[in-house]
Design a protein around this ligand. Structure first.
Ligand code: ADP
Ligand code: MG
Length: 489
């Protein structure tokens, strides 16, 4: 083996996360679950969502969903056919910059309500007109139920009630902070006399779980939803009597009849104090240079937003001190100063997928990716192979960490003891497009003794798309079945 490949292998080895460490982390995760279920402000937030049942695929009806995430506002209608399938119609509207920082939340929410109105007029005019004619003696059942995916920090107080903690992503409308965002949207909808009830406030991970539960084959309800995209998070079905902190938190009434509730784990902040998480010098550097050092430490080792940057830091190290991308025939580096390899966030996580996928003998795909993405020309076979070795190690560690969270939740809930099939829905570009992520994750699950090969056979993992559309519609559906009230401010 060449000296370069030896160095690459040595760096890759720093990302090893062997079975003993996985098991130690699983134990810590289980401890943090208990802590998060019993008190507020724990490192795992374990947020009660007030969603107390999951769909089985037989649900029917027409629902609305809106998604206020960042740059765009999405409005969709979802027709649930009752046989695990649905059809979805959607509109995507850019949010005018001036509304993101306007002096009044009313302006923003009226804008959103107007988009809902024009969506209804275009796509559901007959339905809409009929509602309007009946408006005088409008009954609750004449209303469209709407699920509201609102991707900003909120304190959820009920299935359709939650107060804004703070704006992020460029929004800044001070008078909205502390207010119930469902009531703000409902007030604007009422001002335009739209036949719409804001039935549910939706987190996208919970939407992923619900969407998978509806579309998965058979009538088995889904147990867990996990996102491996820009960020990472999970939501799962928990026994209500284990959520001991419920007595201490302010909330409105909810349906207790199922004895269960979906918990939003917010697992991106698992082990922020680094008692069990791996911590290479590249992880430390990424964290120090990030806008939120010491926070979201699990996410920083697992999700799409960060894996490319970890790779960049490792490759830069190999390049600067260990001879990567340096010709054997000349001492000059092939790497121009303008290469993205020198820029923070310069490598996108999609490069890890590309590099992993190259099975050609001379690494042609890796070489052309290095040229396209990093302006590195004439990389040698050993250069390309080194990149592959390091990129694989980083993705493998991320997948094994994902398995820590999933197996800890399976063990803590006793799910593998009680059920024959445990369904898991996943979403996000990393799990969807990385060629090995999901198989590496499953391999690590099997290595956890309490899961093992027997447990692994029971686990069914499937991609769940469009949580903020169909998932939000399904949450609106269960909320309306529970007879929730219209939000009032
Ligand atoms: P979001 O999280 O906003 O819903 P995605 O699920 O598409 O969106 O995740 C986007 C993240 O996934 C980005 O961090 C991006 O770097 C990463 N990503 C995009 N394409 C790929 C790919 N082919 N393989 C691995 N990661 C990818
Ligand atoms: Mg997503």
């Amino acid at each position: 083996m060449s000296a370069l490949l030896e160095e690459a292998t040595r760096i890759a080895a720093q990302f090893d996360y062997p079975p003993e460490q996985v098991q130690r982390a699983v134990k810590e995760y289980i401890r943090e679950i208990d802590e998060g279920l019993s008190e507020e402000g724990a490192t795992l937030s374990q947020i009660p969502t007030f969603v107390t049942s999951v769909p089985n695929g037989t649900e029917k009806g027409l629902y609305l969903a809106v998604d206020l995430g960042g740059t765009n506002f999405r409005v969709c209608s979802i027709d649930l056919h009752g046989n695990n399938t649905f059809s979805l119609t959607q509109a995507k509207i850019m949010i005018p910059r001036e509304l993101m920082t306007s002096g009044s939340s009313k302006e923003l929410f009226l804008f959103l309500a107007r988009q809902i109105e024009s969506f209804l007029r275009i796509h559901h005019n007959e339905h809409f007109e009929a509602h309007l004619r009946r408006m005088v003696e409008a009954k609750e059942e004449d209303l469209f139920d709407l699920g509201f995916t609102f991707s900003f920090p909120v304190r959820q107080l009920g299935i359709n009630k939650g107060t804004l903690i703070r704006w992020t992503k460029g929004f800044d409308i001070p008078d909205a902070v502390g207010q119930d965002v469902c009531a703000l949207l409902q007030d604007a909808i009422d001002e335009l006399n739209l036949p719409v009830r804001v039935a549910a406030l939706v987190n996208d991970t919970v939407g992923t779980l619900m969407a998978r539960s509806y579309t998965s084959p058979g009538e088995t309800g889904t147990f867990l939803g996990a996102i491996f995209g820009t960020g990472t998070n999970g939501a799962y079905v928990e026994k209500l009597d284990r959520v001991t902190k419920m007595g201490n938190i302010e909330h409105s009434d909810y349906d207790k009849s199922t004895g269960e509730m979906i918990i939003n784990a917010e697992w991106g902040s698992f082990d922020n104090h680094l008692s069990v998480l791996p911590n290479t010098k590249y992880d430390q550097q990424l964290d120090t240079d990030s806008i939120n050092p010491g926070i979201q430490m699990f996410e920083k080792r697992v999700s799409g937003m960060f894996l490319g940057e970890i790779l960049r830091l490792a490759l830069l190290d190999l390049h600067e001190s260990l001879g990567l991308f340096k010709s054997s025939t000349s001492s000059n580096a092939f790497v121009p100063k303008s290469s993205q390899i020198y820029r923070q966030w310069g490598i996108d996580t999609s490069l890890l997928s590309l590099v992993e996928a190259d099975k050609t003998k001379n690494f042609e795909q890796i070489k052309s990716a290095l040229k396209d993405h990093l302006k590195i020309e004439h990389a040698s076979d050993d250069d390309a192979k080194s990149v592959q070795i390091v990129a694989h190690a980083i993705a493998k560690r991320a997948a094994r960490l994902g398995a820590v969270a999933i197996s800890a939740i399976l063990i803590s809930t006793g799910k593998l003891q009680t059920d024959d099939v445990v369904d898991i829905g996943v979403d996000g570009s990393l799990v969807e497009y990385h060629p090995s992520f999901s198989s590496l994750l499953r391999e690590a699950l099997r290595e956890v003794p309490e899961v093992g090969a027997a447990g692994d056979k029971k686990i069914r993992i499937g991609i769940s798309k469009d949580g903020s559309g169909v998932g939000a519609a399904l949450i609106a559906l269960v909320a309306s079945k529970e007879g929730t009230q219209r939000p009032v401010s």
